[in-house]
Design a binder for this molecule. Structure first.
Ligand SMILES: CC(C)(COP(=O)(O)OP(=O)(O)OC[C@H]1O[C@@H](n2cnc3c(N)ncnc32)[C@H](O)[C@@H]1OP(=O)(O)O)[C@@H](O)C(=O)NCCC(=O)NCCS
Length: 325
């Protein structure tokens, strides 16, 4: 390919932002409920400029200077070590025939540096309809890790409750029950086959505060007055795909039904309440994410919402780090 890998710099920003927004606009044609701001070159350009200024990216440039693609990442500590994260707005390639090779060159150039910095976990968020990028990163050893979904605030299908069932907004007195359900959710996510590294459920006082926080809402389902499920919704989360970060987007950040009552409509009934709350609070849409390995969550959320971004992860063996045998 007569193209050169060069550091992502200020002169690449307009073309890089245009590549990103072209992809977002294409996805919005299929999923019009997505926020408009990420199809706006000025908005995306500001973020890409910050990445370029930090020197954390590479650009692939044709001989005539045309930008063929770019990728940038932030190095973070966590996940049991250092990891490199490329958000959905921090990479794109032009619709060129050898997209696969372009993605490989950009990733290889960056990964070489990351490994020098003992960074062996690499995560990239790809728009769900970008088959070429999903295939290219898949070939490079990346696998689905987290899925982000979005939905409108219209009616929720399948809401029903078993005999003696009720769904209501939690009050501070429900904090012990919500804590118990939340702790069970954490155990579910830490267990096979999900194996998520996740902190303990926040303690009782924090549960109480979350329930009382007027910017969000926690809903509980009871059967014969026994709490059996909860769902939490609130302002847009900041640890999700960029294309669903938006002031008019409410984020669902937790849901759990006790195993013996799953599949009876309780989760859908909680979702219906949460969607009604979001409508009332003047949100336009809601978003949720789940681990790809969480089959129940995947089936449930893909029934109620549309996948819009997939985060793919690749973990290198520790011996890849220079000096580690
Ligand atoms: C995801 C979860 C909250 C869904 O809760 P739930 O109470 O089982 O949800 P519902 O009963 O409304 O829907 C579950 C399924 O039962 C089906 N169902 C609902 N009511 C039904 C009924 N009366 N008869 C038959 N099937 C029914 C639904 O169609 C749905 O099918 P699907 O799995 O193909 O989507 C639950 O599976 C759970 O707690 N999982 C573990 C924790 C977790 O992963 N949480 C999400 C983290 S992102």
């Amino acid at each position: 390919m007569p193209a050169a890998l060069v550091p992502l710099a200020a002169q690449h920003v307009p073309a890089a932002a245009a590549l990103v927004t072209t992809g977002v606009a294409r996805l919005r044609e299929q999923v019009p409920v997505l926020p408009a701001q990420w199809a706006d070159e000025r908005v995306v350009g500001r973020l890409v400029r910050a990445l370029a200024e930090r020197g954390s990216g590479l650009a692939l440039q044709a001989e005539d200077g045309t930008l063929l693609g770019f990728q940038a990442a932030t190095l973070l500590d966590g996940h049991g070590g250092r990891w490199a994260y490329t958000p959905d707005i921090a990479h794109a390639t032009a619709g060129i025939p050898d997209t696969d090779r372009a993605i490989e060159r950009l990733y290889a150039g960056l990964a070489e540096r990351w490994v020098q910095e003992a960074c062996v976990e690499h995560v990239v968020t790809v728009l769900a309809d970008d088959g070429a990028a999903l295939a290219a990163f898949g070939r490079l050893g990346f696998a689905p890790h987290v899925v982000d979904l979005v939905r409108d605030l219209g009616p929720v299908d399948g809401a029903s409750l078993p005999d003696g069932g009720d769904v209501r907004r939690a009050v501070p007195g429900d904090a012990p029950a919500v804590l118990e359900l939340h702790a069970a959710l954490v155990r579910h996510l830490r267990s096979a086959p999900v194996f998520l590294r996740i902190p303990n459920a926040p303690a009782l006082e924090m549960q109480r505060r979350r329930i009382a926080d007027p910017t969000g809402a926690v809903f509980v389902a009871t059967v014969d007055d026994r709490p059996v499920a909860f769902l939490r919704i609130g302002p847009s989360a900041d640890d999700v795909a960029t294309i669903v970060r938006d002031k008019a987007t409410a984020s669902i950040t937790g849901a759990f039904t006790v195993p013996e009552l799953r599949g009876t409509g309780i989760g859908s009934a909680l979702l219906a309440e949460a969607v009604a709350w979001a409508r009332e609070a003047r949100y336009v849409r809601c978003a949720v994410d789940h681990e790809a390995a969480n089959g129940e969550a995947s089936r449930f959320w893909s029934r109620h919402a549309t996948p819009v971004a997939i985060s793919l992860a690749r973990r290198l063996p520790p011996m890849t780090v220079p000096g580690v045998a």
